[in-house]
Design a binder for this molecule. Sequence first.
Ligand SMILES: [Zn+2]
Length: 76
Amino acid sequence: MSTDEILAAYAWSAGDCFRCAKSKVPTTRVGVLDVPAGEHVDIRACEECVLVMERERRRWAARRGCVYRPGTLGSP
Ligand SMILES: [Zn+2]
């Protein structure tokens, strides 16, 4: 699985990364926070951080003998 294939599994738009705090970079939604006011706030991550998190997921899947599928960060 190449870097490009992993990144292609996500939809990207400019935003702020929750993980490394870069702003105005291409980001994708990796989660949603429900805040007390009843709003949903997107948790977004940049390409670099998504690749780090996907690598962790791939290792996790390999240890458990699960099938690794990229593109599911932030999915229920
Ligand atoms: Zn980042």
